[in-house]
Design a protein around this ligand. Structure first.
Ligand SMILES: [Fe+2]
Length: 303
């Protein structure tokens, strides 16, 4: 079995702060070192991704070759000078929250990672709350005319997600009454198996529901899988140890306090595991004084 020491638990928790506003993320070793994988028998998905946000002074997008200034305002769009109805000043790229750390620019990923999802739900209403061993994500449905799937006949207009420690997620998407169970199952070092179960009001799916399943299965999850695979590759590089949690005090969908909450639960489980094995080893040696490790993240604050 895994040899994880008290010191290992302290090391892996370095940089974590119970307050997400001050916290670093879970360290890369938790994702790559087999001793943690052995201990967990689970894989922790992360939502952080690094993207190329644009170099030089402005960005030219490939589709229509429009050129934007670095602040997102439109600088030039071919042929539009002939259009009296075309108001260049009214066009601006969507804003995303970015943070620079250690020479990398981190972008809160949903708008980049899931371009369809951000119009399926209204991201301005997206709210993440953490409670005990679970967290909730709620958002109101967004545009009826969105590229994900048809929600024009939706009776359920609130998207709801509950993440239950350690690896189960319950979801409800905009549409008719529906319920989904998503599980993240360890399948070996560096590999994870996802399972999805979909429940609908009737045996026969409406077209919009079949579309929703197809969207989740073939679009949304493919986007997430490619992100977590790229994050996992990044975790394995010697250049990366841990990153800064981006926490929005209002708990919006641009905030990573849900990820931070999960990291805290992982660290607590590590400490409890080591306490258990230390206590068992101590009693086996019939030692009179046991001093379990209590993982107190406050000890490791460096504000
Ligand atoms: Fe995602």
């Amino acid at each position: 079995m895994t040899a994880v020491s008290e010191q290992d638990v302290r090391d892996i928790g370095a940089g974590y702060d119970p307050d997400p506003a001050y916290s670093m993320s879970l360290r890369a070793a938790a994702y790559t070192d087999p001793k943690w994988q052995d201990l967990e028998r689970l894989q922790a998905p992360s939502t952080r991704t690094a993207v190329r946000v644009g170099d030089h002074r402005r960005d030219r997008l490939p589709y229509h070759a429009w050129v934007y200034n670095l602040d997102g305002t439109l600088r030039a769009a071919r042929r539009t000078d002939r259009m009296p109805t075309f108001d260049k000043t009214g066009i601006c790229l969507d804003q995303i929250q970015v943070e620079e750390f250690g020479g990398f620019v981190y972008a809160n990923h949903c708008h980049i990672a899931h371009p369809e999802f951000v119009s399926l739900v209204d991201m301005r209403t997206y709210e993440v709350r953490t409670h005990g061993i679970w967290s909730s994500h709620f958002a109101e449905a967004g545009k009826q005319n969105n590229p994900a799937y048809d929600v024009s006949a939706a009776s359920v207009t609130q998207h709801a997600v509950w993440w239950l420690w350690p690896n189960t997620c319950l979801l409800r998407y905009p549409g008719r009454g529906n319920f989904m169970v998503f599980q993240v199952v360890p399948a070996g070092p560096g590999r994870t198996l996802e399972t999805w179960d979909f429940f609908f009001e009737t045996d026969r799916l409406q077209d919009a529901e079949a579309e929703a399943v197809r969207y989740i299965d073939e679009v949304l999850q493919k986007q997430d899988i490619s992100i977590v695979e790229s994050v996992q590759r990044g975790m394995a590089t010697p250049a990366f140890d841990q990153g800064r949690i981006v926490a929005d005090p209002e708990g919006s969908g641009l905030s990573e306090h849900g990820v931070h909450h999960f990291h805290g639960l992982v660290l607590k489980a590590y400490a409890e595991f080591v306490n258990g094995t230390v206590a068992a080893a101590d009693s086996a040696r019939d030692q009179r004084h046991q001093r379990p490790v209590s993982f107190d993240p406050v000890d490791s604050i460096s504000r």
